[in-house]
Write a protein that binds this ligand. Structure first.
Ligand SMILES: O=C(O)CCC(=O)C(=O)O
Length: 287
């Protein structure tokens, strides 16, 4: 094991997630926050969401309110160095084995004063792979307390079914329907919080989400997804990414491994997909 204790790995395998404190140095945090501040500055010149910035409705030049910076590793080498050389890659190796691929990244800001909820969902329906050795690592760039809408994960939900993220009209919503939520123990969710640098990891089948951020401070969470070397994506969602499918550990695998459990497919977005918020925040009465 490179970074994790056996107990942390066991927690991930049994519960589908884990919290990892104390591995991100102050130097990394300072650099990541400096670069992030530059992107927030740049967003002042933007009035509508685009491929780079996902903006809240009341974003403005004088008071930026970002929901997400899309694909940060493509935008600045600091993010890529962190994703490929920092503690994430070691943790991914501890959990996925010797051969690890990078999949994609995003930086969710969840701005203070009402930054939008991320409704309950599982990730793998957005980007299906041939198996479920796919996970997302996150790092909080500031201290995150309970009132700042930390990410909540339902323990053990990765062992359960994959849910339909379409509504009853077969429109993609990117979140679990109300009727299905009633079968889940959302009240048991573990809201992972901690000081700046706290790392979260969740499996691609784990049910997770977060409420609106009603505190005054943003809650920036840099997320990077990785897969085992033999988990192959079966859509082209991230095909244009600069580092998509790049090996961060070990060697390229010639053989794909298939899990017998079927995976629901997302729509064919044909290059128009920007972020989870684009769909989740559309007002439909679908639960
Ligand atoms: O930012 C969060 O709280 C949740 C992130 C998430 O689930 C996502 O972006 O898919």
């Amino acid at each position: 094991m490179k970074q994790l204790s056996n107990a942390q790995k066991q927690h991930y395998l049994e519960q589908g997630y884990c919290k990892i404190p104390g591995l991100v140095s102050i130097e990394w945090l300072t650099e990541l926050n400096q670069v992030t501040a530059q992107f927030v500055e740049e967003s002042r010149d933007v009035s509508q969401s685009n491929r780079r910035f996902d903006l809240e409705a009341d974003h403005s030049a004088s008071a930026p309110r970002l929901r997400r910076l899309n694909s940060p590793v493509d935008l600045h080498e600091t993010y890529w160095r962190f994703a490929s050389e920092g503690p994430f890659a070691d943790i991914a190796e501890d959990l996925l084995g010797a051969h690890v691929k990078f999949h994609h990244s995003k930086l969710n800001f969840k701005w203070g004063g009402g930054g939008e909820a991320v409704k309950w969902h599982q990730d793998i329906q957005f980007w299906p792979h041939t198996n479920y050795d796919v996970l997302t690592l996150g790092v909080y760039l500031t201290d995150v307390s309970a009132d700042m809408a930390p990410m909540g994960i339902i323990p053990g939900s990765h062992h359960g079914p994959l849910f339909d993220l379409y509504d009853e009209y077969e429109q993609w919503t990117g979140h679990i329907r109300r009727a299905d939520l009633e079968t889940l123990e959302t009240d048991q969710a573990d809201y992972v919080q901690g000081p700046a640098g706290t790392i979260t990891v969740h499996n691609c089948r784990a049910v997770h989400g977060s409420p609106p951020n009603m505190s005054p401070s943003p809650r920036p969470l840099l997320l990077c997804a990785y897969s085992a070397g033999d988990a192959m994506p079966i859509t082209s969602l991230t095909a244009g990414g600069k580092y998509s499918e790049v090996m961060v550990r070990g060697e390229r695998q010639k053989w794909a491994r298939f899990d017998g459990r079927p995976v629901p497919m997302p729509p064919d977005w044909g290059g128009s997909y920007q972020s989870i918020f684009q769909y989740q925040q559309e007002k439909r009465d679908n639960g």
